[in-house]
Design a protein around this ligand. Structure first.
Ligand SMILES: NC(=O)C1=CN([C@@H]2O[C@H](COP(=O)(O)OP(=O)(O)OC[C@H]3O[C@@H](n4cnc5c(N)ncnc54)[C@H](O)[C@@H]3O)[C@@H](O)[C@H]2O)C=CC1
Ligand SMILES: O=C(O)[C@@H]1CCC=N1
Length: 270
């Protein structure tokens, strides 16, 4: 029997995952989606050939339910799902902050839950997805989640205690790089370059640097040293970064993201 997978609350992350699964060869006929707005459901059917259903129908029909609603909407979704979800369904949560115990408390006893933190480079099959098992999830359940999220990039198993830290690093991580590109493009404007040229120079430098980080096998310190000539330009820039506390700012920023992920777990949604 074909395994059916349902994506519930198919927004940015849900659609990125869905499209990646289809690119990786999943049959659209084995994929169900749910969305709040009927126009959105139709859009997904037209774009991917998947079947839109209600949340209750997804729970009854699919073997694996991937929940990609916002953390703030998860309790309401689980209220809707609980009466229709047999305990043999695999629940995969993609939400920041929410622990597997949150699902276990609201669904039938023994329900397997896997928590995943992915990121938006799923759109280009370069996601980093971090995967943890709940109390009743077996290694087969983890392997199934890896098969799904492996369609859009790399996966890594971690203990659930590390999920909030991973959310701060890789879940939110792409935003920090986009922010740096934005700021460096502004610097290019200050230095008199047209915006489009500044953008292209920084983006290609980012792609080159990321490829070297991934493929060279060198430590980032060594890669930076190779750019930094004695009495040259780079060290003048690095001194300013240190003077402005950029390293400390990054450490504090990621600590704040980790703390916010923990707050989402405790139901602080403001
Ligand atoms: N955006 C990002 O970079 C990342 C987001 N996440 C997590 O992924 C989840 C989704 O985030 P996004 O895709 O950015 O949000 P989004 O707002 O684009 O998507 C969530 C979707 O869920 C729908 N929804 C809410 N309640 C529903 C219900 N009861 N039934 C059906 N649909 C319902 C909403 O209409 C919306 O389309 C969040 O939990 C977030 O923490 C994880 C990693 C990265
Ligand atoms: O900002 C957020 O809460 C979500 C989770 C990780 C990335 N975006």
């Amino acid at each position: 029997m074909t395994q059916k997978v349902a994506v519930l609350g198919t927004g940015k992350i849900g659609e990125a995952l869905l499209s990646g699964m289809i690119r990786a060869g999943w049959a659209p006929g084995s994929l169900l989606v749910t969305a709040r707005r009927p126009e959105r459901a139709e859009e997904l059917r037209t774009r991917y050939g998947v079947t839109p259903v209600g949340n209750d129908e997804a729970a009854k029909t699919a073997d694996t339910l991937i929940l990609t609603v916002k953390p703030q909407d998860m309790a309401a979704l689980l209220d809707e799902l609980a009466p229709h979800t047999p305990a043999d369904r695999l629940i995969v949560s993609g939400a920041a902050g929410i622990p597997t115990s949150f699902f276990e408390e609201r669904l039938a006893p023994g329900t397997p839950v896997v928590r995943v933190m992915t990121n938006t480079p799923a759109l280009v099959d370069e996601a980093m997805s971090v995967i943890s098992a709940g109390t009743h999830a077996t290694s087969e359940h983890l392997a199934h989640a890896e098969e799904i999220f492996g369609a859009v990039g790399k996966t890594l198993r971690v203990p659930e205690t590390q999920q909030d830290a991973c959310t701060a690093l890789s879940g939110s991580g792409p935003a920090y790089f986009f922010y740096l590109v934005e700021a460096m493009t502004d610097a290019g404007i200050l230095l008199g370059l047209p915006r489009d040229k500044a953008h292209d120079l920084i983006v290609q430098s980012a792609i080159g640097a990321a490829t070297m980080l991934r493929d060279s096998g060198e430590h980032p310190v060594k890669l930076r040293e190779n750019v930094t000539s004695p009495a040259g330009t780079t060290i003048s820039a690095i001194r300013e970064l240190e003077n402005h506390g950029v390293r400390a700012a990054l450490i504090a920023a990621l600590e704040a993201a980790r703390d916010r992920s923990r707050e989402l777990a405790s139901g602080n949604n403001s």
